[in-house]
Structure formats: C-alpha cells, structure tokens
Design a protein around this ligand. Sequence first.
Ligand code: 13P
Length: 249
Amino acid sequence: MSKPLIVANWKMNGSLEGLKDFFEKLDLCEYAEAVVLPPAVYIRDCISAIGNRAIAVGIQNIWTEDAGAFTGEISASMLKALNIQYVIIGHSERRQYMYENDKQVNDKIHLALKAELIPIICIGETLKERENGQTDLVLKEQLNSAFENINLDNQKNIIVAYEPVWAIGTGLTAEKNKILDAHSLIKETLETIYNFNIPILYGGSVNADNAASLINIENVDGFLVGGASLKSESFCQIVKNITKNFERS
Ligand code: 13P
C-alpha cells in the first residue's frame, strides 16, 4: 500500500444533521486514502452527501449468512449492491457486547470476500491478557482462526487492524514499542499463510496529535479511528498530519 489508509469508525454515533456538516467541511488531500464507516442507517445519506469527494464508504458489521430469517441483520451481498467497499469484521466491541466469536468472524470474512467487499479484520488483546503475558498468543490465535480456510488467490484486498482493547476510547494510545511488536508479529504470522503483503492498521486513541509519530512505526499502514473521526476537523487533521510524515513508498 503506497498511501496510508485512514478509516473513520463512527460506531453508534452521529446524526443526519451531523453527517451533512461532516462532509461539507471535509478537506482531504490526495496523499492518503480515507474511508468512513457510518451507522448502517446513514449509509445512503453518506453516499449522497459525499458526492464526488475522494472518500470511500464502508460498514461496521455484516451477518454470517447471505439472506434469511435473521431479524435486524444485514448481509454482505446487500451492501455490495449499494457500492459499499469496506466492512469491519470482529471489532472488539462486537466480540465483547454481542459475544461475536472467532467462528463467526471467519464466516463473515468468507462472505465479505465473496461479495467483493474489503474486510478490515480487527484483533487485539485485553488489558488482562496483556498483563498476563498472553498478547502474542491471543493475537496469533485470533489471526489463525480468522484466516482459517480463507483463500486469497483471487481477492487480495484484505486488511488487518490491530486494536488493543485497553487503548480503545481510553486516551491510552499504545506505546510505540508495543505497536511495533504487535505489528511485526501480525506481519510474520500472515507471511506464513500468504505470499503477499496484507496492510495492518493501528487503532486505539489515535488523534491529530499522535498520528504523525504513530504512522512512522514500521508496518503501520494507517489507522482505524473512533472518537477523533466524528468531527471533520479532527479527522482531516489526522490525515494531513500523517501525510507529512509518511515516508514509505
Ligand atoms: P478510539 O479511536 O475512540 O479509541 O476507537 C478506536 C476504535 O475502536 C476504532 O475502531
């Protein structure tokens, strides 16, 4: 990936009024790819508000089947028909509050790829797991089960996001050495399965102040941003700050 990828995960935030304001004030630059993941109910409004601005749209979740009696759920194939490009799979908030498990994560990846969506697969350890020295084990297990029987011969568009659970929404951005170690481990693990490069994003309290230094950590190819992506000004500032610093080709 030659440009950093900056993904705005709005989670369950925002309003119709707010999104108009967000896109009116959007001021991006060509040195980064930007993606916005609004709540599903706002997807179509986002697409029309974006017009021809250079920002892609994705969704925060899909279901594990393509159609059927699954009240309240949305399938990958429905989204493809709306020109949605990205989908987050396995965010820690879904693992924690909706009890999403590794098997479901794997099923969702299969369906996303089948619908030609680009999955952003989230992995990350809890504070307890880190304190118990289990970070590497947890990351490897999450990766290996997520990618079980995932054939990427035809569709190489897939992304992993390392989001330490304890850094999400807490203001406690992971220290550089922890991000470096985790991203190296993820890269090495993926290299044992696939013979091409899979981009790795970092997520967890990224903001306009820390983005420029975080982007220079080896194997950090972009960010998954929560709180600081809700306002156009702070989101655009992240994009601008990192593009000044992104040195890889
Ligand atoms: P924050 O940027 O609010 O810590 O959220 C990160 C996240 O969960 C993005 O998916």
